[in-house]
Every structure is written in C-alpha cells, then in structure tokens.
Write a protein of this length. Structure first.
Length: 205
C-alpha cells in the first residue's frame, strides 16, 4: 500500500467523526494536511533545521495588505528559498468548502494581496486551487477563479498531477512557474498598468 493510500484509508476509517464539529482545524492540519504535503515533498516541520528565512514552509506567516488593515495569517506559506510561491488555507472537514463561499474568498484574498499566482484551500475532504490574480469581490462564489478541485478519493489517482501543480520538486525545478505562466503574464501586465496609472495620477497632481 502506498503512503497516500494509507492516508486516504485512515481518513475514510473515521470520516464520520472528522466531519463533525468535534474535530478541529488544528487536528486536520496535524493528522492529514501536514502528511499530505509532506508526501508532496515539502518539509512542513523543518526537519532539515533550516533558519527561518530559508524554511520551505512557514506556518501562519503575518501578511499585511495595508497600514489600515489587520494582519492576516495564511495557515501555510510554501516557498522557494525566501520567495513565496503559494499559500494553503486550511479548514476543518465539517466546513463544506465546496458549498460555502467565504473560505474561498479568504484563500484567494491572501494570494491576491501577496501578488501570487495561486492559492490553495483544503479541509482534506477537498483540495481546491484558485487563480490568485483575480480580484476578490464580496459576492464571489467558491467557483469564481477556481482552477482545480479534488475530492480526497481522487488524491491517489491524481497524485502525479498534484505533484506537478503544487509539489516541492515542481517549485524547485521551475516547472511550477511554467505551469502557471499564463497567470504570471497577467500579473506582470497588471503591475505595468498600475505603475502607468500611478504615473498619470502623479502627472495630474
């Protein structure tokens, strides 16, 4: 039995308990999300003993959009050396992220604020990948800017695809950037547009 298969079996064995309020976000992170992303190659617990600025994964990294806003903390920041590549926002399994909309907006907002290409949202029952370049509106549903959605029953069959999209090897080899290059092009274009607009406004003043 493969490690991913074991993880899925473990979840299925007590799924009725995991889907209740009694099972919280800290538990799902420790029991399932940490192991899942470790299988995707990430050193979640920093077993390599790297200094903070070199860690592959930062937990609850403070993220501030503006001086007037409260500091936000995405659950996981996945990095290439010190460069952020994507966030993972975790929810407990009883939060039906495939039906409710607020968690998707939250995950997307983190990515949008940090100018990242994608954001990931998961309660292990589902794993959803969002285009983080799309501006977040309060009326957005969980389907807006959704690129990929996986049910836990698909993790084994789609494991290579997951490695390709959000695995450590993909990030470190440059495959990740190649995969999401269309989003990168849009981000660069918007950055140029913003600078142009800023300059026009300065000229007007």
């Amino acid at each position: 039995m493969t490690a991913i298969e074991e993880l899925i079996r473990k979840y299925e064995a007590d799924r009725n308990i995991y889907l209740t309020d009694r099972y919280n976000e800290t538990q799902v992170r420790s029991d399932f999300l940490d192991p899942l992303f470790e299988l995707l190659g990430w050193d979640i617990k920093n077993k390599a003993g790297r200094p903070t600025n070199e860690r592959e994964v930062i937990l609850e990294e403070p993220l501030k959009a503006g001086a007037s806003e409260n500091t936000k903390k995405p659950d996981y920041t996945f990095r290439l050396f010190a460069e952020r590549k994507f966030f993972l926002e975790a929810k407990k399994p009883c939060v039906h992220i495939n039906d409710v909309d607020a968690p998707a907006r939250q995950a997307r907002r983190y990515g949008y604020t940090a100018n990242l290409k994608i954001s990931v949202l998961s309660n292990f029952e589902y794993l959803m990948i969002y285009d983080a370049s799309v501006k977040v509106e309060e009326t957005d549903t969980n389907k807006k800017a959704l690129i990929k959605k996986y049910h836990y029953t698909e993790y084994e069959d789609k494991f290579e695809e997951l490695q390709h999209l959000i695995g450590k090897e993909s990030v470190y080899s440059g495959q990740f950037d190649e995969e999401w290059k269309d989003i990168e092009v849009r981000l660069k274009q918007w950055s140029v547009d913003k600078q142009f607009l800023k300059q026009i406004n300065e000229w007007r003043l």
